[in-house]
Design a protein around this ligand. Structure first.
Ligand SMILES: [Zn+2]
Length: 229
């Protein structure tokens, strides 16, 4: 069965409880969605995201839609997005989150979206980059362009979730490269990923962009913020 056929089959059922969905555009039923939403700060966590980058990188705005802990409802969705070939969920969560931020002026002066890239080999194995698909969902809601060519991942480092504490910063040092003629000068860049844990990966990406682009501003959006952050 093709990925597209699999997605349309899955997408008739809630990705958590497997109940039949009444709206084919959804991936989660209203009951499970209510369980996932965090009560803090409406339905998203803003100040904690920005705090992760204090003293490392100047971040204009940051937001995560859900909190994430092992075994939680949100973790089941994130696993489907990353390993379950559920490209549809990646795009729908991106669209859903971006739509909920529109009236908060979160995107008002952002010029471009840059998803955290996967190494080519890992992207080939998985068939897609979940951060790129989330970004396309944000594009659906905002019209902002998605730039997938300027920043590349040159090192296929081990997953951050398997690396402990301080070595996380070493694990992601120099794993990105900014392509020549990236033309990002003076831009407000929205960096997008699926999960934010320590911020080391996103910080490494921002440091690389700043080496080759002048006078950039950065904001951050992830679908989930880890409880261990
Ligand atoms: Zn459900």
């Amino acid at each position: 069965m093709t990925d597209g056929a699999l997605n349309s089959l899955f997408s008739q059922h809630c990705c958590i409880c497997n109940n039949l969905l009444t709206n084919a555009d959804d991936f989660i039923c209203p009951h499970c969605l209510a369980c996932v939403q965090t009560a803090r700060n409406g339905n998203y966590v803003e100040s904690k995201v920005a705090k992760l980058f204090w003293g490392k990188t100047q971040v204009c705005r940051g937001a995560s839609m859900w909190t994430y802990s092992k075994g939680s409802h949100s973790s089941k969705i994130l696993v489907e997005m990353k390993y379950g070939k559920r490209i549809d969920i990646c795009r729908k969560t991106g669209r859903m989150f971006a739509a909920s931020l529109l009236d908060k002026n979160f995107f008002s002066d952002i010029d471009v979206i840059i998803p955290i890239p996967l190494a080519e080999e890992r992207k080939r194995q998985r068939g897609y980059n979940q951060a790129e698909q989330i970004s396309l969902g944000i594009h659906d809601a905002t019209g902002l362009p998605v730039n997938t060519h300027s920043l590349v991942r040159v090192v296929n480092n081990p997953s951050q979730t398997t690396v402990a504490g301080v070595s996380r910063n070493d694990n992601v040092k120099d794993i990105f490269s900014l392509s020549e003629n990236s033309c990002l000068d003076n831009m407000h860049i929205l960096v997008v990923d699926d999960i934010l844990t320590t911020g080391a990966t996103i910080n490494s990406a921002i440091q690389e962009i700043m080496k080759g682009a002048n006078n950039c501003t950065f904001s951050i959006l992830t679908i989930a913020l880890s409880d261990n952050s």
